[in-house]
Design a protein around this ligand. Structure first.
Ligand code: MG
Length: 168
């Protein structure tokens, strides 16, 4: 196994959830999911991309998604969250960071996300300009413990400073 020493590493975590309702489409990881229920939210309610944005912002020490894209701003109403992640990518690039890897978990009772996991992984990797092998999308159900329809996403991101990420 290849062994690399990285320096100037930063880790961040993100967590997001949205109620589900019949009046919305379900979008997760930038991918439209066939579902009777969609996520309530000021934006498109993409909990997975929101958790990734927060993980990346957290790793950079730049606060949270609500500070950068407030849900009181009409400019972000129903916005495609892919645009938010692309904006965060710009922040990473301006500060000289590259994403080493991202690991995520989505909690959703229905539909099963198995058919979508690889598509979401490819989409997220494309949005961030990184190899899909360095993105992980896992899925779980609530095992009957959620009293109302909801989607929850958790993300961890590891960053390294570009050009100085290998040392020793
Ligand atoms: Mg959200």
């Amino acid at each position: 196994m290849r062994s690399l020493k990285y320096c100037n590493m930063r880790v961040g975590t993100g967590f997001d959830w949205h109620k589900l309702t019949t009046k919305r489409q379900l979008v997760l990881g930038g991918v439209r999911i066939e579902s009777e229920l969609g996520a309530l939210g000021h934006s498109d309610g993409d909990a997975l991309l929101h958790s990734i944005c927060d993980a990346l912002l957290g790793a950079m020490g730049l606060g949270d998604i609500g500070e950068h894209f407030p849900d009181t701003d009409p400019a972000f109403r129903d916005i495609d969250s892919s645009l938010l992640l692309e904006a965060v990518r710009g922040m990473l690039e301006r500060r000289g960071f590259e994403v080493v890897n991202i690991d995520t978990t989505v909690f959703l009772d229905a539909p099963k996300l198995s058919p979508y996991k690889e598509v979401m992984r490819q989409r997220i990797a494309g949005l961030l300009g990184m190899p899909p092998e360095q993105v992980s999308v896992k899925a779980k159900t609530f095992e009957g413990m959620s009293s109302e329809p909801v989607v929850i996403a958790h993300a961890v991101a590891l960053l390294a400073e570009k050009g100085e990420s290998l040392c020793g």
